[in-house]
Design a protein around this ligand. Structure first.
Ligand code: SAM
Length: 202
């Protein structure tokens, strides 16, 4: 299974604010682009991919929305509007949830009131963690096991003080080169690296 975690630091947990923020300061289109490139390929979708979107601009708890490609049904397309509609639907389904609760939303989609740190802590039990960072080790020098998990942010960087904690949980910094890319572009290049013959996470 390939897992991608997008820490969307600016993304609102209110569904209407989320939808109104496309192209605005919160740049919620990043969530749609990341989902699109993680899950979809031409005329199909990828098997064995999990995407967590962690939306952090909130009055109560972060919302962690989990999409599992194997369990998802047709969501009617892969354009920004349709993808963000699924995110908005999950946010609406999470209204009234207490801390660290989980709710099923629709086939292949769940929402949790779980922080990024707690999510990564849980994933660290059975995933190989990679923090995407231009200054990390080159991705092509990395051997991947069966369950790699890639940690990304939106346009706001990972807080510097969070990084030692992630490293203590086993996260290794890896790089896709010196150019600063969008998270969604990183996802494409990560899939490409993992698609090469000889990589375990096929
Ligand atoms: C648009 S970037 C974040 C930009 C933000 N201003 C920063 O300084 O981190 C989105 C995500 O892609 C990752 N990223 C961008 N370019 C990368 C590269 N060349 N190699 C590895 N990760 C990269 C970043 O680490 C971040 O998680």
């Amino acid at each position: 299974m390939r897992t991608f975690v997008l820490r969307a630091r600016a993304a609102p947990t209110d569904s209407q604010a989320l939808l109104a923020s496309v192209g605005e300061a919160a740049h919620t289109e990043i969530l749609a682009h990341t989902l699109m490139n993680a899950i979809f390929v031409a005329q199909s979708h990828r098997a064995d991919v999990v995407v967590y979107l962690v939306l952090e601009s909130t009055r109560d708890y972060s919302r962690t929305i989990r999409f599992e490609s194997n369990a998802m049904r047709d969501i009617g397309g892969f354009d920004e509007r349709r993808l963000l509609a699924r995110v908005a639907h999950a946010l609406d389904a999470s209204r009234g949830m207490g801390k660290e609760e989980t709710r099923a939303v629709e086939a292949g989609v769940t929402v949790q009131t779980l922080s990024f740190e707690r999510l990564v802590q849980q994933l660290s039990a059975d995933h190989q963690l990679f923090l995407m960072d231009r200054k990390g080790a080159p991705i092509h020098a990395q051997a991947f096991g069966a369950n790699p998990c890639f940690l990304l942010t939106d346009h706001i960087p990972m807080p510097k003080k969070a990084i030692p904690g992630l490293e203590r949980m086993g996260a290794k910094k890896i790089s896709l080169g010196p150019t600063m890319l969008f998270a969604s572009q990183c996802v494409v290049l990560i899939h490409h690296a993992l698609d090469q013959p000889g990589q375990a996470a096929l």
